[in-house]
Design a protein around this ligand. Structure first.
Ligand code: 1QQ
Length: 375
């Protein structure tokens, strides 16, 4: 009899608890809960990258959770654009057994510090903006949905040369950052493959504010085109100072230039920038128009490439989670690796066998202070 009473009490307690938690969170029964760690560049000179990324993630999160099948909690840590801070932030996330997987960090420089450890721990990690050579090769648990420079830069350079008939190029790149170095290597190789004459190669460091020496050399060589591998701050200042010195030729930039911050900082001097991207904000496709509308209503500004890529990334994670059937690190990893023909904001998306991106890239240019399709 005592047993029966205890059983009844237990049953009552359990059903009471269930009703309570459903009521409190509004979750449907059968919802898959998952905690995703995010490492993002949120303070410092390049914080607009991380801000766009986290805004894109949060918008996707609220839509996904509203749909009810999965419920994602984001745990967001700031990396400040520094490899060491990114590493300690990710270690904090990885020490939480309830973290299913990680998104970020923002810069390739940071990602190379973090991803090997995530891989070792069997924690899936995906870069949404990391475009340097060698990212998915870090390990089995390492993915990205950002278009690698190795694919984007040659596309932009071919189009630029086709239209301008350029034969001689000058190059400038940041030699203290993994992405700007990697982008430079790709530019140099592409220039050589295309038979372009490289007149000069100039370098700079993060945070530099005066490019007079480099730009004077570039101007004196009289190039048809300038190939620049830089993050937005340095890239925008370089363009501004170049135009002030009377350098009018177009720039072909790497992924760092895919931020509206370039226009914000350089103003009219940004006109004539050519860059490849999977994102075109002026597209009339319904899902892009809807996304723009929702994003602007939420944040008071239009989304950029980085916001769009992050938004797609969380949907790709949610899709994998649904296929995994439970918030288990191994099952999630397997499901994510099998992602194929995912239809996102940026079009059709699959991972190749090493976890790199298979998708299309477009070429855009800045004209009259706006990114427009490069004709
Ligand atoms: C990288 C990049 C940057 C421009 C991301 C913001 O592409 O570091 O790989």
């Amino acid at each position: 009899a005592l047993c029966a009473v205890l059983m009844l009490l237990l049953l009552a307690a359990c059903s009471g608890e269930n009703a309570g938690s459903e009521g409190a969170t509004g979750e449907q029964s059968g919802t898959l809960n998952a905690k995703i760690g995010v490492v993002s560049y949120l303070t410092g000179a390049g914080a607009a990258y991380g801000e766009a990324i986290t805004q894109g993630l949060k918008l996707a999160q609220s839509e996904i959770n509203e749909q009810g099948e999965v419920n994602i909690e984001l745990v967001i840590e700031d990396s400040a654009g520094e490899a060491e801070q990114a590493l300690s932030a990710s270690q904090k996330l990885m020490s939480d057994d309830n973290i299913l997987a990680i998104i970020g960090p923002t810069l390739s420089t940071e990602f190379f510090a973090v991803a090997p450890e995530a891989d070792l721990n069997g924690i899936t990690i995906m870069g949404t903006s990391t475009t340097a050579e060698g990212i998915p090769e870090i390990g089995d648990y390492v993915f990205r949905n950002a278009i690698p420079e190795a694919l984007a830069i040659p596309t932009a350079m071919e189009k630029a040369v086709e239209r301008t008939g350029a034969k001689k190029v000058a190059m400038i790149y940041g030699n203290d950052d993994v992405l700007t170095q990697s982008g430079f290597e790709t530019m140099k190789k592409t220039a050589e493959d295309m038979g372009l004459e490289i007149l000069t190669i100039e370098t700079f460091q993060k945070g530099q504010s005066d490019y007079n020496a480099q730009l004077t050399k570039i101007k004196n060589t009289n190039p048809d085109l300038i190939l620049a591998s830089a993050l937005y701050n340095e890239g925008a200042v370089i363009m501004d100072q170049a135009r002030k010195m009377g350098i009018e030729v177009p720039f072909v930039g790497g992924n760092g230039f895919n931020s509206p911050q370039v226009i914000e900082i350089a103003g009219d001097a940004a006109n004539g920038l050519i860059v490849a991207t999977p994102w075109f904000g002026e597209s009339e496709e319904t899902k892009v128009v809807d996304f723009n509308k929702k994003y602007e209503a939420e944040y008071g500004e239009l989304p950029d490439q980085f916001a769009a890529q992050a938004y797609d990334a969380l949907y790709i994670y949610a899709d994998a989670l649904k296929r995994a059937g439970e918030a288990d690190r191994e099952l999630f990893h397997e499901a994510l690796a099998a992602t194929e023909d995912f239809e996102g904001l940026l079009g059709n998306f699959s991972f190749d066998e090493i976890g790199d991106v298979v998708m299309d890239v477009k070429v855009v240019e800045i004209k009259d202070g706006k990114f427009v399709e490069f004709e």
